[in-house]
Design a protein around this ligand. Structure first.
Ligand SMILES: [Fe+2]
Ligand SMILES: [Fe+2]
Length: 267
């Protein structure tokens, strides 16, 4: 993947200043997610290397891929005519909480949920955001790789939980429910900042977050994290809507995702 470069040769003609500003904010949010992913993965890899060097190496490679995304986004944001900006209050609260989580399984669960909403947002934006080859290329790379990071983080979480006493799973439940609600609320906050660029209405984004975060844990039912009926109802979904779709986490899905060129065709 590292050989891949962005083609930034065609300048973007913006419809208005708000559209450009929305794009700069959209990719700044992506940049912060990459930066945080890189840091957490390398810190965890150092700790895990003492008991499972292979798992640690996988985490390190995963973190390096986020580092590669961060570098691509640095160039891309400059190409959009923007700069890397300091985080707003909501975003920095999110990342501060995340950075303070000590337990590795809490960190990986948080990561997994961030990857899921990242992949969901990028996939929706590919359909609705301003149409331009460079924007499309950047969104395709992010959709493809973050989609791969979802089953990867489920694997990390299972490996970590194997070493924990049975109660570890119960501790994750409040984190899961609080984060799901917070991420859906973040869909509201992000509409004000980026909708002029990505054209995703709040309802569609909140429903997609609830659906994908729910589907993930309905399929990985060994993790014992079931989406709240009440929260699903707020976006017009039922638990039964999350069943019966193509499996996200099967061995076959992981193989498709591991061959990135195949997952691009599947978009
Ligand atoms: Fe990434
Ligand atoms: Fe990722």
């Amino acid at each position: 993947m590292h050989e891949e470069t962005l083609d930034l040769s065609v300048p973007i003609e913006w419809a208005c200043a708000q559209e450009q500003e929305g794009a700069i904010r959209f990719f700044n949010a992506a940049f912060r997610a990459e930066e945080s992913g890189l840091r957490q993965a390398s810190e965890m890899a150092d700790a895990i290397s003492t008991w499972d060097p292979e798992l640690a190496e996988t985490l390190r490679l995963y973190g390096e891929e986020e580092g590669w995304h961060r570098d691509l986004l640095t160039h891309f944001i400059a190409y959009l005519g923007g700069t890397i900006r300091p985080m707003g209050p909501t975003t920095s609260t999110f990342y501060k909480l995340y950075a303070h989580a000590r337990k590795h399984e809490t960190l990986i669960l948080t990561n997994l949920m961030f990857e899921t909403i990242g992949a969901t947002t990028y996939r929706l934006a590919l359909r609705t955001a301003k149409s331009h080859p460079a924007i499309r290329q950047m969104l395709t790379i992010l959709t493809r790789d973050e989609s791969f990071h979802v089953p990867l983080n489920v694997h990390f979480l299972r490996r970590l939980l194997e070493r924990e006493p049975p109660g570890a799973l119960h501790r994750l439940r409040p984190v899961y429910h609080a984060l799901t609600a917070a991420l859906m609320a973040s869909a509201y906050a992000s509409r004000r900042r980026t909708q002029r660029f990505d054209n995703i209405p709040f309802k569609a984004l909140a429903r997609a977050y609830a659906e994908h975060l729910g589907k993930l844990f309905v399929q990985a039912d060994d993790l014992g994290l079931t989406p709240s009926r009440l929260l699903l109802a707020t976006v017009g979904l039922r638990r039964s809507d999350l069943l019966g779709h193509a499996e996200l986490l099967s061995t076959e899905a992981a193989e498709v995702a591991a061959d990135r060129s195949r997952s691009v065709h599947a978009l």
